[in-house]
Ligand binder design. Structure first.
Ligand SMILES: Cc1cc2nc3c(=O)[nH]c(=O)nc-3n(C[C@H](O)[C@H](O)[C@H](O)COP(=O)(O)OP(=O)(O)OC[C@H]3O[C@@H](n4cnc5c(N)ncnc54)[C@H](O)[C@@H]3O)c2cc1C
Length: 401
């Protein structure tokens, strides 16, 4: 079965990248068919950090208020050592002249998804279909189509362009035979959500803290309703054991030096990768978000860069749709966004991950000293904050021809 309406853009995937692309295109009056494999919006607890340029883009779309009102404004964040305490602290107030949002907002990605789905309900030219799993994509000179498993059997949907925002395992990327080169770390991330008063147990800790340790590193993230505490996985411990209550609570007690940190909310384990697609566009089909690049979450950049991809791509597709630009703009999309994925996000998240898990004592000392030196020198600190807030990389990319 297939339907005959081709005058639209098909967006595959209803995560942050697909939703932002859909909203940004809908606001340009472009008809959209969004296909999401799951029967309802995905509610994994994943990204929590919203960086300044993402807040600027969300303002452009009319979606920033609910993020700021319901999130936790977090201007200060830290690099720490598990045994020695604070290594370096950064306050985004130092770049207040560069952005209207000189802070991170700690807010759950799944809550953003809910807000965006609700906003999309206002657009009669947006057709959202859940339980539609795209298997593959094809194209000819004038159109692109996707083959989809639906509750009514297999169907083919056609459009003028397709955006593959179908996450790290993207069927769109696979069906276009686009390479996804990079590597996977040995450590996994074990995440627990707790109502334990982390601020009382560690009085000088900030709402975002990356805590290095050669044996078991940790990341603390404060959300409006709870703290997320993430540890590196332990050698030889299987996933099921790592998620057990007694194991989780013993790990938390060892970390905080006291019992009582029960895991009330969340427990999950994630693999950590660094991979970037060889191209972000083939013909009429473009990739965005995790379908195009995945990185270590140390620095909170994956979802943010997916949102930046989506805004960039929606702007270019909008101009192509209206005949204001030609399709070579989609190659520029690849150049700009691949630059960010490879030269900016990849480099920063590799450095942050190394800060956390470096085992060699001399290299650890060197990395801690470098971080202290950056925090103490106003010029280096400013440049570091521009990079780590994703403002610098985005501005460089957007200026690229
Ligand atoms: C533990 C952890 C912490 C993180 N923290 C941060 C952070 O603080 N900040 C940050 O910026 N990033 C963070 N990230 C990364 C962030 O979660 C991802 O980069 C983000 O989810 C990518 O969004 P996306 O829309 O590209 O993909 P996804 O969120 O994966 O969405 C893809 C969507 O496509 C759907 N789909 C998949 N296949 C198909 C198909 N064949 N057909 C139709 N639909 C399909 C899926 O169901 C899903 O809804 C973190 C990741 C992890 C694992």
């Amino acid at each position: 079965m297939s339907d005959s309406n081709h005058n639209r853009i098909i967006v595959v995937g209803g995560g942050p990248a697909g939703l932002i692309a859909t909203l940004a295109l809908a606001q340009q009056d472009i008809p959209i068919l969004m296909l999401e494999a799951q029967p309802s919006p995905v509610d994994h607890r994943r990204a929590t950090t919203f960086h300044p340029p993402t807040l600027e883009y969300l303002r452009q779309l009319g979606a920033v208020d609910s993020v700021i009102e319901n999130g936790l404004i977090t201007p200060i964040w830290q690099f720490r050592d598990r045994k020695e305490g604070l290594v370096a602290e950064f306050d985004l107030a130092a770049i207040k002249d560069e952005t209207d949002y000189p802070y991170r907002v700690q807010y759950e990605q799944m809550n953003l998804n809910t807000v965006l789905f609700r906003m999309l309900g206002d657009y009669s030219h947006v057709d959202i279909r859940f339980a539609h799993e795209v298997q593959s994509a094809e194209q000819d000179a004038d159109s692109a189509s996707v083959r989809v498993d639906t509750p009514d059997g297999e169907q083919t949907f056609k459009g003028r362009y397709v955006i593959g925002a179908d996450g790290a395992r993207s069927n769109i990327r696979r069906s276009l035979d686009i390479g996804f080169e990079g590597f996977t770390y040995e450590d996994k991330i074990v995440q627990y959500g707790t109502h334990f008063d982390v601020g009382a147990a560690l009085p000088d800790v900030s709402g975002v803290a990356y805590i290095s340790d050669p044996d078991e590193w940790c990341v603390l993230l404060q959300l409006p309703e709870y703290w997320r505490v993430s540890f590196s996985s332990r050698d030889g411990e299987d996933d099921e054991t790592a998620l057990r209550d007694d194991i989780a609570e013993a790990r938390m007690a060892a970390f905080f030096g006291q019992a009582g940190a029960t895991v009330a909310l969340q427990r999950s384990i994630w693999r950590i990768h660094q991979r970037v697609a060889n191209v972000f566009r083939k013909g009429r089909i473009a990739l965005a978000g995790d379908a195009a690049h995945i990185n270590s979450p140390m620095g909170g950049m994956g979802m943010n860069s997916g949102v930046h991809d989506a805004m960039n791509l929606a702007d270019k597709l909008g101009r192509i749709w209206r005949g204001e630009a030609d399709e070579s703009e989609l190659d520029r999309y690849t150049r700009q966004r691949r630059y960010v994925a490879l030269e900016d996000v990849r480099e920063q998240t590799i450095r942050n991950t190394r800060f956390l898990n470096e085992k060699d004592p001399a290299a650890r000392r060197e990395s801690h000293d470098a971080m202290r030196g950056t925090a103490e020198d106003p010029e280096k600190r400013h440049a570091f904050l521009m990079d780590s807030s994703m403002l610098a990389g985005l501005r460089t990319a957007n200026a690229m021809a």
